[in-house]
Design a protein around this ligand. Sequence first.
Ligand code: ZN
Length: 72
Amino acid sequence: MPTSRSLTCPRCQGTMEAGYTIDVGYGTKAVPKWVAGEPQKSIWTGLKLSGKDQLDVSTYRCRRCGYLESYA
Ligand SMILES: [Zn+2]
């Protein structure tokens, strides 16, 4: 996890601020996951994720221009 890295914006050289994005649903908040490969639809859960790698996504945001860069 690149949480302690200090990054510079590739566009404007501004300071990148560490954070993450959330999915806001019906009463739930969750950090989006990154999953390898193509999404496979499942009739039971919407998406079939068993056996797939799931990683938390951290997103850096440039304080100057708002550019977002995501890492998993
Ligand atoms: Zn920037």
